[in-house]
Design a protein around this ligand. Sequence first.
Ligand code: SAM
Length: 257
Amino acid sequence: MRLQPGNASEALRAFTISTLRAGLRPLFPVKKYLNEPVATWPPLLGFAHDIKVPRRTSLQGPTGASNINILLAMLDRTAAVPGDVAECGVFRGASLVPMAAHLRQVAPGKHLFGFDSFAGFDDSILFDIGLGGPGEGNKRVGGFQDTSCGLVLEKLKHFRVGNVTVIPGFFRETLPRCAHRKFSFVHLDIGIYEAYKECLEFFYPRLTAEGVILLNDYGKARWPGCQKAVDEFLSDKPEKLQLAESGVHQKFLICKL
Ligand SMILES: C[S@@+](CC[C@H](N)C(=O)[O-])C[C@H]1O[C@@H](n2cnc3c(N)ncnc32)[C@H](O)[C@@H]1O
């Protein structure tokens, strides 16, 4: 790859952040916080270990990114609903790791499954690019590929959360491995039409009554494929979309009747 000015400033930014993180990590040893509620973990612990924590997210305005306050509230809401938990769209585990730590505290009997290609988007993103909406750096074939399954497994090990299975690969190949399971909560953070369609078709019939599917990208101009897939999917279902709010942050969800 030729070095362009944009690439160089992105590389410098990434280097600065990773140097800062490495310097901060010894000041925020994970061991010290493992038995404390995730909601109390300091913002700098989140930054140092590259995970989302409620006290860090509360400082931010609304973004299209997944919201950890809403995710933890959904885990609480569905703690007594029978079934396991899944996240589709793990990327670097920034939401998977705190979800696992919180789940261990509020519903220790549940297992969390994390699904991701760890190769970013395949060419099904081309359909979404055709749908329009604002661009962003990751809206391309291979977007979000700057991660690996090994990196996420290391993070999970570091946070000593053993209640998680990470399943690498594209959903069409990996979801059938959990075909025999029931779910109480599913987080979909996957941007594009085909992925939302595949996940809704897979999880909806496996969702227990009162179980929740949280739709990270619904209503986001940047990812119109999500709204299209959800609206098409719900057109012959009895459920209506509900809204989850946390301060200025909002996400849509399906709660199974
Ligand atoms: C926005 S990122 C997830 C961010 C993460 N939840 C967080 O909060 O940091 C979206 C992820 O979905 C994954 N993804 C999208 N379509 C996929 C598919 N069809 N199969 C597997 N993974 C897919 C991408 O590889 C990417 O890592």
